[in-house]
Design a protein around this ligand. Structure first.
Ligand SMILES: CC(C)(COP(=O)(O)OP(=O)(O)OC[C@H]1O[C@@H](n2cnc3c(N)ncnc32)[C@H](O)[C@@H]1OP(=O)(O)O)[C@@H](O)C(=O)NCCC(=O)NCCS
Length: 163
């Protein structure tokens, strides 16, 4: 059977709150999430949950403001097998239905896997904020100093997709 044939997406519901909180603590340094000084609480946002026969396979939370749709947090548990692409495609459909003109997000300089993933899926770098992670770290000291591949976490990089 091809991988991900069993994958389905659905909306986040309050029933998901407990596993989500555990994951935010384990993988994201707890809540709030901080993006360039602004605090975000995913349980209060719209979310898409991907599920397969084993349970939750990934999630994507987003925030629509006017014509902009921002990805706030996006994680897949068993990576590089197509789940992220399905979640991103679903978000593109939702953003179009809700009359958005672009999807955008911020990631950090160490997140090479995400930079590769997004750029191969049509998102373009539209901003680089040199050394701006230190501003977010003042609000959220749990943001690590060293990230993926042992790269120092310093810069915030914006990517966008025009719908
Ligand atoms: C970024 C993320 C959500 C993508 O989801 P995913 O399910 O792994 O992505 P898919 O399997 O649909 O796509 C795989 C793509 O990942 C990218 N990729 C990056 N590093 C890779 C690696 N080491 N091996 C394979 N693919 C890799 C490639 O672009 C690949 O696409 P390709 O097959 O066309 O080359 C996921 O990797 C993840 O959860 N990362 C950790 C959390 C995170 O960084 N979230 C985003 C923060 S903004």
């Amino acid at each position: 059977m091809p991988h991900n044939q069993m994958l389905k997406t659905r909306s986040y519901i309050s029933h998901d709150a407990q596993w989500l909180e555990e994951l935010m603590n384990k993988d994201w340094g707890g809540l709030p999430l901080v993006i360039r000084g602004e605090k975000y609480y995913p349980p209060q946002l719209d979310g898409i949950i991907a599920e397969n026969e084993k349970g939750v396979a990934g999630f994507l939370f987003f925030d629509i403001r006017g014509k902009d749709c921002e990805i706030i947090v996006f994680e897949v548990f068993d990576k590089f097998k197509g789940t992220g692409t399905i979640l991103l495609d679903k978000l593109k459909d939702i953003a179009k239905e809700r009359h958005c003109s672009r999807i955008y997000l911020m990631t950090t300089n160490d997140n090479l896997d995400a930079l590769r993933f997004y750029q191969k899926r049509g998102l373009h770098i539209c901003g680089v904020h040199v050394d701006s992670v230190k501003i977010s770290r003042k609000i959220k000291p749990t943001i690590g100093m060293v990230g993926d591949y042992d790269i120092p976490v310093r810069d915030e990089i914006d990517l966008e997709f025009i719908l």
